[in-house]
Design a protein around this ligand. Sequence first.
Ligand code: CMC
Length: 428
Amino acid sequence: MSKKAELHYNGKVYEVPVVIGTENENAIDISKLRGKSGLITLDRGFKNTGSCESAITFLDGEEGVLRYRGYSIEELAEKSTFLEVAFLLIYSELPTREELDAFTKDISEHSLVHEDVRSILDGFPSKAHPMGVLSSLVSSLTAFYPKSLDPNRSVEQINGTVIRAIAKLPTLAAWSYKNRVRQPIVYPKNNLSYSANFMQMMFALPTTDYVVSPVITKAIDKLLILHADHEQNCSTSTVRVVGSSHASLYASVSAGIAALWGPLHGGANQAVIEMLEAIRIDGGDVDKYVAKAKDKDDAFRLMGFGHRVYKSFDPRATIIKKAADDVLKELNINDPVLEIAKRLEEVALDDDYFKSRNLYPNVDFYSGIIYRALGIPTDMFTVMFALGRLPGWIAQWKEMRENHEPIGRPRQVYTGSKERKYVPIESR
Ligand code: CMC
């Protein structure tokens, strides 16, 4: 039997349907409320608003649960590969061996980008942040594939756009780094795995051979899996809203990259390492920084702490913390900021301010430490997040289009001036 909720307002009772998800999440559907009552809902930052029904990712923030298409993040991180997870997110099921082989082949055969992209890249100053460069280059793909702009494309044609996006993002990402360090770009190698190919495009030089260690590719693959989707976060909501106007996949993903860049979202991984480094240089006094984070008159926040939806722990952070320990041990690296990170976590988790607000380390707290150990430069950390998040953005964009969702267009409560008469400039 369908459930309903009642809203009592101005002496009238309005019934609103309740939508129940497969994991028993309950939502009141207010989409017709304004027509009946004149009321809209106000929810700054969408803290309590569902923007869609989605069958991709389940997240229980109270219990620290994250599942892609029903599979736990712990199992996927342990047993699968990034391309397997990408297939799962985009096509709803884990691939068979034949399906995965065909998918992998398709992706490796589209990894080259048009040579003219090089001249766009050359136009960026070397100081350009790689996230800005990446967002622009992804948007530029619309120029090389103008048919991708057609909102009425067939399933096969959309699939071609999807494959190209996954195939070309590592190339564009690595080239945005090569532009930063003014080194010659390196072309993709189709006989390498997705992660190994990305690493060789980042670090190979014409002067030396670059052999990617399996420890490194395994760690990169795991990090990409952990970032692959996270339901309706800021960048994914951006991708869905931009795509809801029937903008192309490339334009929507480019907007998603821009949204991810900010330090409150994906940019936190860069901000965490910069914060830990600053604490180290300042003598390693973590108590001082915990006190700063608690001080309402100080803008400083503990980067990598807190989350909009996780209120017990972030399951990705648990996996990444262990992976950071393992990777540093395997690579025989002793990074002093890992010790600072652990001390900071210990102090914060024992502090009432953090406990009462349910602030725990999030995915970004330890990921930067692994990236650093793998030789990834700090301003490429958020690019790594974008590489991982791409299949999620694609799956969400596709789902939104396949469900024929309406254009994303919130309302507002206007708080400006009432109507007033125009005053000519001479009389002001
Ligand atoms: N350090 C100190 N205080 C904090 C922090 C922090 N990192 N995060 C939240 N608070 C406090 C905040 O001041 C507020 O206190 P009060 O209730 O006294 O005003 C309370 O906790 C609730 O915070 P909020 O800002 O209202 O919560 P939100 O859900 O709007 O923001 C957040 C979530 C992730 C933006 C925020 O916790 C934050 O800024 N964290 C640091 C940046 C970060 O690590 N971002 C990465 C998120 S995970 C990766 C991803 O984006 O997917």
